[in-house]
Ligand binder design. Structure first.
Ligand SMILES: Nc1nc2c(ncn2[C@@H]2O[C@H](COP(=O)(O)OP(=O)(O)OP(=O)(O)O)[C@@H](O)[C@H]2O)c(=O)[nH]1
Ligand SMILES: [Mg+2]
Length: 203
């Protein structure tokens, strides 16, 4: 999936441009023209730096989407330019946050998929699904039918997604305090991981 996702970050014309660049590079190499090769390589690398990547961060309301955006950008929640986080619903409109080091990588903090009448198709239309090269779907609880519906719809739209299970520290702490005699951190984490994998494979 990772390689598909990367390709989706480049438009058809950018891919054709790269193929052309590779040919020019090979010709410069075969002609033994190092200055021409160095100049072309520099230009190719520069054009890749300018590739824009829009990533949609989605998932359940309060699952930690904005916290993830802040962590990804290396910011604390109280930094003035961080995404707002909190214990009540915070993000109501898609909001772009550029990566500090790679400003062409834009993380879109999306509203949560909280409503009981959630419909993936309507939600994706509302957040303008075509804007994103791929998604990161975050859940802080079990993978529900709502998450499955969203993931399937994302795939139907020919987009890829990564899946992140957040707040595992809460599950570990609850298990430690409520079932101390059988507590095993590794076991809790592997149960969560196996459940997520099973549900993702069943999509
Ligand atoms: N313990 C723990 N708390 C977390 C974690 N991630 C987020 N939180 C807390 O969960 C609450 C909700 O986090 P947000 O990042 O605002 O969640 P969100 O998905 O952006 O919420 P909405 O925008 O309202 O949909 C905040 O109090 C966070 O501090 C985590 O991994 N562990
Ligand atoms: Mg939020």
């Amino acid at each position: 999936m990772a390689s598909n996702t990367f390709q989706l970050g480049l438009s058809q014309s950018q891919i054709l441009e790269l193929v052309k660049d590779t040919r020019v590079l090979r010709e410069a190499f075969e002609a033994g023209s190092l200055p021409a090769m160095a100049a072309k390589l520099q230009a190719t690398l520069h054009s890749l730096e300018n590739v824009r990547l829009d990533i949609g961060i989605t998932g359940g309301t309060g699952s930690g989407k904005s916290t993830f955006v802040n962590a990804f950008r290396g910011l604390g929640d109280e930094d003035p330019s961080s995404a707002r986080t909190g214990v009540v619903e915070m993000t109501v409109e898609p909001t772009p946050y550029p990566h500090p080091k790679y400003p062409n990588v834009i993380l879109w903090d999306l509203p949560g998929i909280g409503e009981p009448t959630f419909q993936a198709e309507k939600y994706l239309q509302r957040v303008l699904v075509d804007r994103y090269d791929f998604f990161i779907i975050i859940t802080s609880e079990s993978f529900t039918a709502k998450h499955a519906q969203l993931a399937r719809r994302v795939l139907q739209q020919s987009k890829g997604f990564y899946f992140v299970r957040s707040k595992v520290d809460v599950d570990v702490a609850a298990s430690r305090s409520r079932r101390p005699s059988t507590f095993s951190k590794e076991q809790v984490l592997s149960q969560i991981r196996d459940d997520c994998l099973r549900r993702l494979e069943a999509l």
